[in-house]
Ligand binder design. Structure first.
Ligand code: ZN
Length: 367
């Protein structure tokens, strides 16, 4: 805890949380945090940081913060059969989790995505998106001196650089912080540390240290990911960057790979899909949807119409094919919502069909 700076008394800050149900990204947990505080050595903290070499030696780990840094696991799952919500450590994304309420088993990712189906927007939030695989939300408060740098240790190792943001005095979140005469920015972020930078705006006016409440949200596990989940993460990144066309194309790829994964679970081989796709009026994509419908039932709630609109819009912007001039257009955000709805619905349909262990009669609806 030794540091040369910022030995101000704590003004008993309350970092956040505690009120009611946790919001997405601020997942429930009892704070079984592996955070070592700021006792770690400077060289340990900085190991591998992109600007480690260039950082002057006087930049030290942040002074003992007035509040203990928080570290909350993002790993809430919801049973896709009975919708019971519980906390579960992730041993692997495709590892089976058993619901303590109904006893049904499901892959971890299914329960994770099923939980966040009510908060799909949180995956593409421009300031603090939650990861599409379990992770950690860490945060704390430090005293930031004027015109200085401060090294902050997350206490957990993220899979890649987490999203870092500040809790602003007005209760919102922001990528930069403006307090009194100081602007505070994250100068550099690695998977273990954050370097904060502060700049005095008016040099003639006085400036003193200000309390800075920071948060970092990211994925932590080193596990194998199904292909569709990798593409889904790419798609979420593209949506956040405003690359709508690329996002749309990527989202259609996600759907295709997700259908494949689902058909594989159902024991349907590629050979079957191929044979079915050769029938008149069919192609492989239609065959996949048809087979899914035969095993899991028809899409509920007009999802098939949304998917058809999305496919038509994709073909319109990629191939300039206008099948239905009145078909709606999609932003990247809207497309992401539709695809996530399709994915999470299919997850529920799969587990509910398996639980009932009955074949849902196929609807005779035209595809
Ligand atoms: Zn259950």
């Amino acid at each position: 805890m030794s540091s040369s700076r910022g030995k101000r008394r704590s003004s008993s800050p309350k970092p956040r949380g505690g009120e009611g149900r946790p919001a997405p990204g601020k997942a429930a947990g009892r704070g079984d945090a592996p955070h070592p505080g700021t006792a770690a050595k400077r060289e340990d903290i900085l190991a591998g940081h992109p600007v480690a070499e260039a950082l002057p030696p006087e930049v030290l780990p942040a002074a003992a913060p007035p509040s203990v840094p928080l570290s909350l696991p993002i790993r809430t799952v919801r049973c896709p059969v009975c919708e019971y919500i519980f906390e579960q450590n992730c041993g692997g994304l495709e590892e089976e989790v058993v619901c303590p309420h109904c006893g049904c088993g499901f892959p971890y990712t299914d329960g994770y995505l099923n939980h966040y189906k009510a908060y799909i927007e949180a995956f593409i939030d421009p300031v603090h998106p939650i990861p599409l695989a379990p992770g950690y939300s860490t945060g704390g408060e430090v005293q930031m001196p004027p015109n200085d740098l401060l090294l902050v240790d997350f206490g957990v190792t993220y899979r890649r650089e987490p999203e870092v943001f500040f809790l602003l005095p007005d209760g919102n979140a922001g990528r930069e912080l403006l307090v009194r005469n100081l602007v505070v920015l994250p100068l550099s972020v690695s998977n273990r540390t954050l370097i904060l930078f502060s700049h005095v705006l008016d040099r003639k006016a006085s400036a003193r240290a200000v309390p800075v409440r920071w948060m970092a949200i990211g994925e932590t596990g080193e596990w194998e990911k199904p292909l569709w989940l990798n593409y889904l993460q790419n798609a979420a990144d593209l949506v956040r960057k405003g690359e709508d066309v690329a996002a749309l194309v990527m989202l259609m790829v996600v759907l295709d790979f997700f259908y494949d994964a689902m058909l594989e679970r159902l024991g349907i081989t590629y050979e079957t899909i191929r044979r079915r796709g050769r029938r008149p009026g069919m192609n492989e994509k239609r065959a996949k949807l048809k087979l899914l419908e035969e095993h899991l039932g028809a899409w509920p709630g007009g999802i098939d119409d949304l998917l058809r609109d999305l496919t038509d819009y994709r073909n319109r912007i990629v191939h300039r094919v206008v099948k239905r001039p009145d078909a709606p257009e999609f932003t990247g955000r809207r497309a992401f919502q539709v695809v996530m709805r399709a994915l999470t619905t299919l997850i529920s349909m799969y587990h509910q069909a398996r639980q009932g262990d009955v074949r849902v009669p196929s609807s005779t609806k035209r595809k």
